[in-house]
Design a protein around this ligand. Structure first.
Ligand SMILES: *Cc1c(COP(=O)(O)O)cnc(C)c1O
Length: 424
Protein backbone atom coordinates (compact mmCIF):
# COMPACT_ATOMS: atom_id res chain seq x y z
CA UNK A 1 0.00 0.00 0.00
CA UNK A 2 1.36 3.43 -0.82
CA UNK A 3 1.73 5.86 2.05
CA UNK A 4 -0.58 8.90 2.22
CA UNK A 5 2.29 10.96 3.65
CA UNK A 6 3.39 13.89 1.50
CA UNK A 7 7.04 14.59 2.40
CA UNK A 8 8.78 17.99 2.34
CA UNK A 9 11.29 18.73 -0.43
CA UNK A 10 10.50 15.33 -1.94
CA UNK A 11 9.49 14.54 -5.52
CA UNK A 12 7.23 11.55 -5.00
CA UNK A 13 7.13 11.01 -8.75
CA UNK A 14 10.72 9.78 -8.68
CA UNK A 15 9.91 6.89 -6.34
CA UNK A 16 13.12 7.33 -4.39
CA UNK A 17 13.42 5.15 -1.28
CA UNK A 18 12.09 6.67 1.96
CA UNK A 19 13.71 4.76 4.81
CA UNK A 20 11.64 4.28 7.94
CA UNK A 21 13.55 5.11 11.10
CA UNK A 22 12.48 3.51 14.35
CA UNK A 23 15.09 4.63 16.86
CA UNK A 24 17.75 7.26 17.36
CA UNK A 25 20.76 7.06 19.63
CA UNK A 26 23.62 9.56 19.62
CA UNK A 27 24.70 10.04 16.02
CA UNK A 28 23.01 6.85 14.82
CA UNK A 29 19.56 6.18 13.41
CA UNK A 30 18.20 2.64 13.40
CA UNK A 31 15.95 1.76 10.46
CA UNK A 32 12.96 -0.57 10.38
CA UNK A 33 14.84 -2.96 8.08
CA UNK A 34 17.56 -3.44 10.68
CA UNK A 35 20.15 -1.20 8.99
CA UNK A 36 21.71 1.84 10.66
CA UNK A 37 22.58 5.31 9.41
CA UNK A 38 25.05 7.86 10.72
CA UNK A 39 23.10 11.12 10.89
CA UNK A 40 25.71 13.34 9.22
CA UNK A 41 23.30 16.29 8.78
CA UNK A 42 21.93 16.33 12.35
CA UNK A 43 18.45 15.50 11.02
CA UNK A 44 18.31 18.72 9.01
CA UNK A 45 20.54 20.81 11.26
CA UNK A 46 18.63 20.45 14.52
CA UNK A 47 20.21 17.62 16.56
CA UNK A 48 23.12 19.06 18.55
CA UNK A 49 24.19 16.75 21.39
CA UNK A 50 22.87 13.60 19.71
CA UNK A 51 19.54 11.81 19.35
CA UNK A 52 17.59 10.99 22.49
CA UNK A 53 19.97 12.69 24.90
CA UNK A 54 19.04 11.20 28.31
CA UNK A 55 18.77 14.55 30.11
CA UNK A 56 16.48 15.99 27.46
CA UNK A 57 14.40 12.82 27.24
CA UNK A 58 13.93 12.79 31.03
CA UNK A 59 12.94 16.48 31.09
CA UNK A 60 10.34 15.88 28.37
CA UNK A 61 8.84 12.89 30.18
CA UNK A 62 8.64 14.72 33.48
CA UNK A 63 7.08 17.85 32.00
CA UNK A 64 4.60 15.89 29.85
CA UNK A 65 3.16 14.32 33.01
CA UNK A 66 2.87 17.68 34.82
CA UNK A 67 1.64 20.31 32.34
CA UNK A 68 1.40 19.50 28.63
CA UNK A 69 0.13 22.71 27.07
CA UNK A 70 -1.02 26.15 28.16
CA UNK A 71 -2.48 29.18 26.43
CA UNK A 72 0.38 31.70 26.51
CA UNK A 73 -1.65 34.88 26.01
CA UNK A 74 -2.06 36.12 29.55
CA UNK A 75 -0.71 32.94 31.22
CA UNK A 76 2.78 31.70 31.93
CA UNK A 77 4.63 28.66 33.23
CA UNK A 78 7.94 27.95 34.85
CA UNK A 79 9.73 26.23 31.91
CA UNK A 80 9.06 29.24 29.65
CA UNK A 81 10.28 31.69 32.30
CA UNK A 82 13.44 29.62 32.83
CA UNK A 83 14.18 29.34 29.11
CA UNK A 84 13.64 33.07 28.61
CA UNK A 85 15.98 33.99 31.47
CA UNK A 86 18.52 31.44 30.24
CA UNK A 87 18.43 32.81 26.69
CA UNK A 88 18.91 36.39 27.85
CA UNK A 89 21.86 35.34 30.01
CA UNK A 90 23.58 33.67 27.03
CA UNK A 91 22.58 35.96 24.16
CA UNK A 92 24.54 38.99 22.94
CA UNK A 93 24.21 42.07 25.11
CA UNK A 94 21.17 44.29 24.67
CA UNK A 95 18.65 41.55 23.96
CA UNK A 96 16.23 41.62 26.87
CA UNK A 97 12.90 40.22 25.68
CA UNK A 98 11.93 36.78 24.42
CA UNK A 99 8.96 36.02 22.18
CA UNK A 100 8.29 32.32 21.69
CA UNK A 101 7.00 30.55 18.60
CA UNK A 102 7.44 27.10 17.16
CA UNK A 103 9.63 27.08 14.08
CA UNK A 104 12.46 29.04 12.55
CA UNK A 105 10.16 30.44 9.89
CA UNK A 106 7.72 31.78 12.45
CA UNK A 107 10.60 33.25 14.48
CA UNK A 108 11.56 35.16 11.33
CA UNK A 109 7.99 36.30 10.67
CA UNK A 110 7.85 37.55 14.27
CA UNK A 111 11.16 39.39 13.82
CA UNK A 112 9.92 41.14 10.69
CA UNK A 113 6.63 42.13 12.34
CA UNK A 114 8.50 43.44 15.39
CA UNK A 115 10.76 45.56 13.20
CA UNK A 116 7.84 47.02 11.25
CA UNK A 117 5.90 47.61 14.46
CA UNK A 118 8.87 49.45 15.94
CA UNK A 119 9.04 51.93 13.07
CA UNK A 120 5.29 52.37 12.95
CA UNK A 121 5.12 53.27 16.62
CA UNK A 122 7.98 55.72 16.16
CA UNK A 123 5.78 57.62 13.71
CA UNK A 124 8.17 56.78 10.87
CA UNK A 125 6.51 53.80 9.17
CA UNK A 126 9.04 51.80 7.16
CA UNK A 127 8.43 48.63 5.20
CA UNK A 128 11.64 47.97 3.35
CA UNK A 129 13.76 45.00 4.42
CA UNK A 130 17.36 44.55 3.36
CA UNK A 131 18.63 41.01 2.84
CA UNK A 132 21.88 39.29 1.96
CA UNK A 133 22.25 37.58 -1.41
CA UNK A 134 21.84 33.76 -1.20
CA UNK A 135 20.09 34.14 2.18
CA UNK A 136 17.53 31.67 3.47
CA UNK A 137 15.11 32.36 6.31
CA UNK A 138 12.33 29.81 5.97
CA UNK A 139 9.45 28.70 3.78
CA UNK A 140 6.46 30.77 4.84
CA UNK A 141 5.53 33.66 2.53
CA UNK A 142 7.25 36.37 4.59
CA UNK A 143 10.33 34.26 5.26
CA UNK A 144 10.54 33.34 1.57
CA UNK A 145 10.26 37.00 0.67
CA UNK A 146 13.44 37.85 2.59
CA UNK A 147 15.24 34.81 1.17
CA UNK A 148 16.95 34.29 -2.16
CA UNK A 149 14.66 33.75 -5.13
CA UNK A 150 15.12 30.43 -6.86
CA UNK A 151 13.67 27.09 -7.67
CA UNK A 152 12.34 26.80 -4.09
CA UNK A 153 9.95 29.71 -4.42
CA UNK A 154 9.60 30.58 -8.12
CA UNK A 155 5.93 29.50 -8.16
CA UNK A 156 5.05 31.97 -5.42
CA UNK A 157 7.13 34.89 -6.61
CA UNK A 158 4.15 37.16 -7.40
CA UNK A 159 3.16 36.96 -3.73
CA UNK A 160 6.61 37.68 -2.31
CA UNK A 161 7.29 41.23 -1.19
CA UNK A 162 10.08 43.29 -2.64
CA UNK A 163 13.35 43.53 -0.70
CA UNK A 164 16.70 45.24 -1.12
CA UNK A 165 19.39 42.64 -1.81
CA UNK A 166 22.95 43.27 -0.65
CA UNK A 167 25.60 41.25 -2.56
CA UNK A 168 27.15 38.33 -0.69
CA UNK A 169 30.56 39.27 0.75
CA UNK A 170 32.69 36.93 -1.35
CA UNK A 171 36.38 37.33 -0.61
CA UNK A 172 37.08 39.64 -3.54
CA UNK A 173 33.78 41.41 -3.08
CA UNK A 174 33.53 42.31 0.60
CA UNK A 175 33.96 46.05 0.13
CA UNK A 176 31.17 46.03 -2.47
CA UNK A 177 28.92 44.42 0.13
CA UNK A 178 29.67 47.08 2.71
CA UNK A 179 29.26 49.90 0.18
CA UNK A 180 25.93 48.50 -1.02
CA UNK A 181 24.66 48.14 2.54
CA UNK A 182 25.74 51.67 3.40
CA UNK A 183 24.03 53.05 0.28
CA UNK A 184 20.83 51.11 0.98
CA UNK A 185 20.76 52.38 4.57
CA UNK A 186 21.10 55.96 3.31
CA UNK A 187 18.32 55.63 0.73
CA UNK A 188 15.78 58.26 1.75
CA UNK A 189 13.24 57.28 -0.92
CA UNK A 190 12.89 53.81 0.62
CA UNK A 191 14.41 53.96 4.11
CA UNK A 192 14.96 50.42 5.37
CA UNK A 193 13.35 49.15 8.55
CA UNK A 194 15.79 46.29 9.05
CA UNK A 195 18.59 44.21 7.62
CA UNK A 196 18.17 40.46 8.12
CA UNK A 197 21.27 38.33 7.95
CA UNK A 198 22.57 34.83 8.67
CA UNK A 199 25.74 35.48 10.68
CA UNK A 200 28.94 33.95 9.21
CA UNK A 201 27.27 30.98 7.51
CA UNK A 202 24.56 30.90 4.84
CA UNK A 203 23.17 27.39 5.12
CA UNK A 204 20.55 26.63 2.50
CA UNK A 205 22.27 29.07 0.13
CA UNK A 206 25.06 26.51 -0.21
CA UNK A 207 27.00 26.50 3.09
CA UNK A 208 28.71 29.77 2.20
CA UNK A 209 30.90 31.37 4.83
CA UNK A 210 32.19 34.90 5.32
CA UNK A 211 34.57 36.37 7.91
CA UNK A 212 33.52 37.76 11.28
CA UNK A 213 35.00 41.25 10.64
CA UNK A 214 32.58 41.64 7.70
CA UNK A 215 29.66 40.81 9.97
CA UNK A 216 30.97 43.34 12.49
CA UNK A 217 31.21 45.99 9.79
CA UNK A 218 27.72 45.26 8.51
CA UNK A 219 26.39 45.62 12.06
CA UNK A 220 28.25 48.91 12.48
CA UNK A 221 26.77 50.29 9.28
CA UNK A 222 23.23 49.36 10.41
CA UNK A 223 23.84 50.94 13.78
CA UNK A 224 25.26 54.12 12.26
CA UNK A 225 22.10 54.58 10.20
CA UNK A 226 19.64 53.38 12.84
CA UNK A 227 18.56 50.43 10.71
CA UNK A 228 17.57 47.43 12.86
CA UNK A 229 19.72 44.37 12.51
CA UNK A 230 18.01 40.99 12.64
CA UNK A 231 20.42 38.09 13.18
CA UNK A 232 18.99 34.79 11.98
CA UNK A 233 20.86 32.36 14.26
CA UNK A 234 18.41 29.55 13.54
CA UNK A 235 21.13 27.42 11.95
CA UNK A 236 24.25 29.07 13.36
CA UNK A 237 23.13 29.05 17.00
CA UNK A 238 23.84 26.33 19.56
CA UNK A 239 27.48 25.85 18.70
CA UNK A 240 27.38 25.02 15.00
CA UNK A 241 29.94 27.68 14.07
CA UNK A 242 32.23 26.96 17.03
CA UNK A 243 30.72 29.45 19.48
CA UNK A 244 27.30 29.28 21.13
CA UNK A 245 26.06 32.00 18.75
CA UNK A 246 27.89 33.08 15.61
CA UNK A 247 27.42 36.78 16.47
CA UNK A 248 29.85 36.32 19.37
CA UNK A 249 32.75 35.86 16.96
CA UNK A 250 32.14 39.33 15.58
CA UNK A 251 31.23 40.95 18.89
CA UNK A 252 27.91 41.85 17.31
CA UNK A 253 24.81 42.73 19.33
CA UNK A 254 21.82 42.57 16.98
CA UNK A 255 18.55 44.35 17.72
CA UNK A 256 16.59 41.17 17.07
CA UNK A 257 17.81 37.58 17.06
CA UNK A 258 16.00 34.45 15.90
CA UNK A 259 16.79 31.06 17.40
CA UNK A 260 15.19 27.67 16.81
CA UNK A 261 16.57 24.31 15.57
CA UNK A 262 19.03 23.38 18.37
CA UNK A 263 17.22 25.30 21.12
CA UNK A 264 15.75 22.02 22.42
CA UNK A 265 18.87 20.08 21.47
CA UNK A 266 16.83 19.16 18.42
CA UNK A 267 14.22 17.13 20.29
CA UNK A 268 11.06 19.23 19.93
CA UNK A 269 9.91 22.21 17.86
CA UNK A 270 10.47 25.52 19.62
CA UNK A 271 11.68 28.92 18.49
CA UNK A 272 12.32 32.28 20.05
CA UNK A 273 12.71 35.80 18.75
CA UNK A 274 14.84 37.89 21.09
CA UNK A 275 14.42 41.66 20.99
CA UNK A 276 16.13 44.69 22.47
CA UNK A 277 14.31 46.83 25.04
CA UNK A 278 13.52 49.69 22.59
CA UNK A 279 11.70 47.25 20.31
CA UNK A 280 9.65 45.92 23.23
CA UNK A 281 9.01 49.44 24.52
CA UNK A 282 7.80 50.59 21.11
CA UNK A 283 4.88 48.19 21.54
CA UNK A 284 4.23 49.29 25.12
CA UNK A 285 1.32 51.64 25.80
CA UNK A 286 -2.07 51.81 27.53
CA UNK A 287 -3.67 51.27 24.13
CA UNK A 288 -4.51 47.67 23.27
CA UNK A 289 -4.26 48.55 19.58
CA UNK A 290 -0.49 48.88 20.01
CA UNK A 291 0.15 45.41 21.37
CA UNK A 292 2.13 42.88 19.35
CA UNK A 293 -0.39 40.90 17.34
CA UNK A 294 1.14 37.51 16.92
CA UNK A 295 0.59 34.05 18.33
CA UNK A 296 0.52 30.43 17.35
CA UNK A 297 -1.42 27.76 19.21
CA UNK A 298 1.64 26.07 20.67
CA UNK A 299 3.56 29.23 21.56
CA UNK A 300 5.97 28.31 24.38
CA UNK A 301 4.60 24.79 24.71
CA UNK A 302 5.67 23.63 28.19
CA UNK A 303 7.09 20.28 27.04
CA UNK A 304 9.19 21.94 24.35
CA UNK A 305 10.30 24.55 26.89
CA UNK A 306 11.28 21.81 29.34
CA UNK A 307 13.46 20.27 26.62
CA UNK A 308 15.05 23.69 26.10
CA UNK A 309 15.64 24.07 29.86
CA UNK A 310 17.49 20.74 29.81
CA UNK A 311 19.47 21.85 26.75
CA UNK A 312 20.49 25.08 28.47
CA UNK A 313 21.58 23.10 31.53
CA UNK A 314 23.72 20.86 29.32
CA UNK A 315 25.36 23.96 27.84
CA UNK A 316 25.96 25.40 31.31
CA UNK A 317 27.20 22.24 33.01
CA UNK A 318 29.01 20.27 30.31
CA UNK A 319 31.98 21.23 28.15
CA UNK A 320 29.95 21.39 24.94
CA UNK A 321 32.30 23.90 23.32
CA UNK A 322 35.25 21.63 24.11
CA UNK A 323 33.44 18.78 22.36
CA UNK A 324 32.70 21.02 19.38
CA UNK A 325 36.33 22.11 19.24
CA UNK A 326 37.62 18.54 19.21
CA UNK A 327 35.08 17.50 16.57
CA UNK A 328 35.86 20.46 14.33
CA UNK A 329 39.60 19.65 14.49
CA UNK A 330 38.90 16.08 13.36
CA UNK A 331 36.67 17.39 10.59
CA UNK A 332 39.36 19.87 9.48
CA UNK A 333 41.87 17.06 9.10
CA UNK A 334 39.46 15.00 7.01
CA UNK A 335 38.47 17.98 4.89
CA UNK A 336 42.13 18.81 4.20
CA UNK A 337 42.60 15.29 2.86
CA UNK A 338 39.72 15.80 0.40
CA UNK A 339 40.87 19.26 -0.65
CA UNK A 340 43.32 17.96 -3.27
CA UNK A 341 40.76 15.74 -4.96
CA UNK A 342 40.48 16.68 -8.65
CA UNK A 343 36.67 16.44 -8.61
CA UNK A 344 36.22 18.58 -5.47
CA UNK A 345 36.65 22.30 -4.99
CA UNK A 346 36.13 25.16 -2.54
CA UNK A 347 36.57 23.33 0.76
CA UNK A 348 35.27 25.44 3.63
CA UNK A 349 34.55 24.95 7.29
CA UNK A 350 33.26 26.88 10.22
CA UNK A 351 32.97 25.11 13.56
CA UNK A 352 31.28 21.76 13.01
CA UNK A 353 30.05 22.53 9.52
CA UNK A 354 32.25 21.45 6.61
CA UNK A 355 31.40 21.75 2.91
CA UNK A 356 33.04 21.06 -0.42
CA UNK A 357 31.67 21.40 -3.94
CA UNK A 358 31.54 18.47 -6.35
CA UNK A 359 32.57 19.37 -9.87
CA UNK A 360 29.84 18.07 -12.13
CA UNK A 361 28.84 18.44 -15.75
CA UNK A 362 25.58 20.10 -14.73
CA UNK A 363 25.30 22.07 -11.51
CA UNK A 364 22.41 23.60 -9.60
CA UNK A 365 20.08 22.28 -6.94
CA UNK A 366 18.09 20.30 -9.50
CA UNK A 367 21.12 18.58 -10.95
CA UNK A 368 20.54 14.83 -11.13
CA UNK A 369 23.67 14.26 -9.13
CA UNK A 370 22.01 15.12 -5.79
CA UNK A 371 19.56 12.17 -5.69
CA UNK A 372 22.26 9.85 -7.02
CA UNK A 373 24.58 11.00 -4.24
CA UNK A 374 21.85 10.56 -1.65
CA UNK A 375 21.30 6.97 -2.76
CA UNK A 376 25.05 6.32 -2.80
CA UNK A 377 25.44 7.57 0.77
CA UNK A 378 22.35 5.70 1.95
CA UNK A 379 23.95 2.55 0.62
CA UNK A 380 27.01 3.34 2.73
CA UNK A 381 24.89 3.76 5.87
CA UNK A 382 25.06 7.53 5.88
CA UNK A 383 22.37 10.17 6.07
CA UNK A 384 23.90 12.88 3.88
CA UNK A 385 21.77 15.20 1.81
CA UNK A 386 23.80 17.35 -0.57
CA UNK A 387 22.51 20.79 -1.56
CA UNK A 388 22.74 20.27 -5.32
CA UNK A 389 26.46 19.68 -5.85
CA UNK A 390 27.42 21.02 -2.42
CA UNK A 391 28.52 18.15 -0.18
CA UNK A 392 28.35 19.15 3.45
CA UNK A 393 28.75 17.50 6.82
CA UNK A 394 27.00 18.84 9.93
CA UNK A 395 27.12 16.04 12.50
CA UNK A 396 25.81 15.94 16.07
CA UNK A 397 28.56 16.83 18.54
CA UNK A 398 28.74 13.27 19.90
CA UNK A 399 29.83 11.84 16.54
CA UNK A 400 32.95 9.68 16.97
CA UNK A 401 36.26 10.00 15.15
CA UNK A 402 35.58 6.69 13.40
CA UNK A 403 32.13 7.86 12.28
CA UNK A 404 33.59 11.12 10.93
CA UNK A 405 36.20 9.03 9.11
CA UNK A 406 33.45 6.94 7.49
CA UNK A 407 31.56 10.05 6.40
CA UNK A 408 34.54 11.73 4.73
CA UNK A 409 35.78 8.48 3.16
CA UNK A 410 32.37 8.09 1.53
CA UNK A 411 32.54 11.66 0.22
CA UNK A 412 35.91 10.88 -1.38
CA UNK A 413 34.47 7.75 -2.97
CA UNK A 414 31.43 9.67 -4.18
CA UNK A 415 33.73 12.23 -5.79
CA UNK A 416 35.59 9.42 -7.58
CA UNK A 417 32.35 8.01 -8.86
CA UNK A 418 30.24 11.08 -9.69
CA UNK A 419 32.67 13.98 -10.11
CA UNK A 420 33.89 15.51 -13.34
CA UNK A 421 37.61 15.11 -12.94
CA UNK A 422 38.87 17.66 -15.44
CA UNK A 423 38.88 21.14 -13.94
CA UNK A 424 36.90 23.96 -15.57
C1 LIG B 1 16.11 26.24 8.91
C2 LIG B 1 16.25 27.70 8.83
C3 LIG B 1 15.13 28.55 8.95
C4 LIG B 1 13.72 28.01 9.05
O1 LIG B 1 13.52 27.24 10.17
P1 LIG B 1 12.29 26.19 10.20
O2 LIG B 1 12.27 25.71 11.61
O3 LIG B 1 12.65 25.13 9.21
O4 LIG B 1 11.07 26.94 9.81
C5 LIG B 1 15.35 29.90 8.95
N1 LIG B 1 16.58 30.42 8.84
C6 LIG B 1 17.68 29.65 8.71
C7 LIG B 1 19.02 30.28 8.61
C8 LIG B 1 17.55 28.26 8.66
O5 LIG B 1 18.63 27.49 8.49
Amino acid sequence: MTSPVWHPFTQHGLDEPIPQVVRGEGAVLHCADGTTLIDAVSSWWVTTHGHCHPRIVAAIAEQAARLDQLIFAGYTHEPAETVARGLIALAPEGLSRVFFSDSGSTAVEVALKMALGFWHRRGDPRHRILVLEYGYHGDTIGAMSVGARGVFNRRYEPLLFDVGTIPFPAEANAQATLDALDAACRDTTAPPAAFIVEPLLLGAGGMLTYPAPILAEMAAICQRHGVLMIADEILTGWGRTGTLFACEQAGVAPDIMCVAKGITGGALPLAATLASEPIFEAHLSRDRADMFYHSSSYTANPIACAAAVANLAIWREEDVLGRIDALSTIMAGELARLAGHPALESPRQIGCVAAIDLRTASGGYLSDVAPALRAFFLDRGLLLRPLGNVLYVMPPYCTSTAQIGDIFAAIGDAANRFGAKHSA
